[in-house]
Ligand binder design. Structure first.
Ligand code: NAP
Length: 330
């Protein structure tokens, strides 16, 4: 059993999630990669323990994280039982359903049938009675939004999730989803969109919508899966996400044009006295609407790096302009 650091809440910043009662750590840990059945459990355990010791109270999962799908939730179950037992009330654990999980017509997208069954499976894999946040993982163009939101509402009222969220929803659909939830007397707690220096779509309407409706925002892949770090400055290391066979970042994503920009961003981060990973995290967290950045990690030191980003959150307007011009390829 792990004995957590008694001073774990001293340095972390906790931000209120939209207009709700719950706060999330500015840095959260995602279990998409490096917590699956193909990974080394001891390393996954060490990262989860380190995260908790640094005040990272939020662990983000989904039904399909692995590989194989479902195995990251099994690892989380193992960690909860063996390392963090007794600390469930200090944790925010999320899961999601929306991508293909089992064969046939009921194992994908956004039906009530899929969401309810998938959450039951997730709870079993993690060995817990409820998740704190349950997300619909991506929009479903065929299922009526009323059905998907109705399922989230019933899941919350069944006690199997405390709060509901959506992920990858565009602004207008988010607004409609929140209207439906409100018409049933509840609320969407949070939205989980992709956001980084290389992926800025949320600046065109989503952040405004979240602010207006008081919905929190946890941004995923804030380091562009590792591109916005010093990892690929000298080629593709074999132990990196792009270098390993199971990751979602492929060698062709590490293009010369991208690495040229990363090199310039890395120089700017050094001028600020930070690592590029830290500047990239401070940059996504600069918006008041962004509650948390959910990072991935392959080793304990990356979690240490991420939390240290909070020591230097501010940007001058010149720095922000310089980042924009580097990203524009100037
Ligand atoms: N809702 C959705 O649709 C969705 C989709 C994707 C992800 N997510 C969530 O977002 C989480 C994070 O996604 P992500 O893993 O793509 O996030 P990310 O933070 O952009 O990338 C994480 C990767 O960057 C590298 N890295 C991290 N810190 C570093 C450092 N200090 N120095 C050098 N390299 C560093 C590591 O890769 P190496 O392996 O190369 O070391 C690490 O695995 C996921 O776990 C999941 O919870 C949600």
């Amino acid at each position: 059993m792990h004995l957590p650091n008694e001073r774990r809440y001293d340095a972390m910043k906790y931000n209120r999630c939209g207009r709700s009662g719950v706060k999330l750590p500015a840095i959260s840990l995602g279990l998409w990669h490096n917590f699956g059945g193909v990974d080394t459990l001891e390393n996954s355990r060490a990262m989860a323990r380190r995260a908790f010791d640094l005040g990272i109270t939020h662990f983000d999962l989904a039904n399909n994280y692995g590989p194989p799908p479902g195995s990251a939730e099994e690892s989380m179950g193992y960690i909860l039982k063996n390392d963090l037992q007794g600390y469930r009330d200090e944790l925010i654990i999320s899961s999601k359903a929306g991508y293909g999980m089992w064969p046939g017509p009921y194992g994908d997208w956004g039906s009530r049938k899929f969401l309810v069954a998938s959450l039951d499976q997730s709870l079993k894999r993690m060995g817990i009675d409820y998740v704190d946040i349950f997300y619909h993982h991506r929009p479903d163009p065929e299922t009526p939004l009323e059905e998907t939101m109705g399922a989230l509402y019933d899941i919350v009222h069944s006690g199997k999730a405390l709060y509901a969220g959506v992920s990858n929803y565009p602004p207008e659909l988010t607004k409609r989803a929140e209207e439906i939830m409100r018409s049933m007397g509840t609320h969407l707690l949070i939205h989980q969109p992709k956001y980084s220096m290389f992926e800025r779509w949320i600046e065109d309407g989503l952040l405004k919508e979240l602010r207006e409706d008081g919905i929190g925002c946890i941004v995923f892949s804030p380091l562009a899966q590792g591109l916005l770090t010093d990892r690929y400055l000298d080629g593709i290391p074999t132990d990196s996400r792009a270098g390993r066979p199971t990751g979602f970042l492929r060698p062709e994503h590490v293009s010369r044009e991208t690495v040229d920009k990363v090199r310039k961003l890395n120089d700017l981060a050094r001028e600020r006295g930070q690592k590029l990973a830290q500047m990239a995290l401070a940059w996504v967290l600069r918006h008041g609407e962004v509650t948390s950045a959910v990072i991935g990690s392959s080793r304990v030191s990356q979690i240490d790096d991420a939390v240290k980003a909070l020591e230097q959150p501010d940007f001058t307007s010149e720095e922000l302009k310089k980042i924009d011009s580097i990203l524009a390829g100037k």
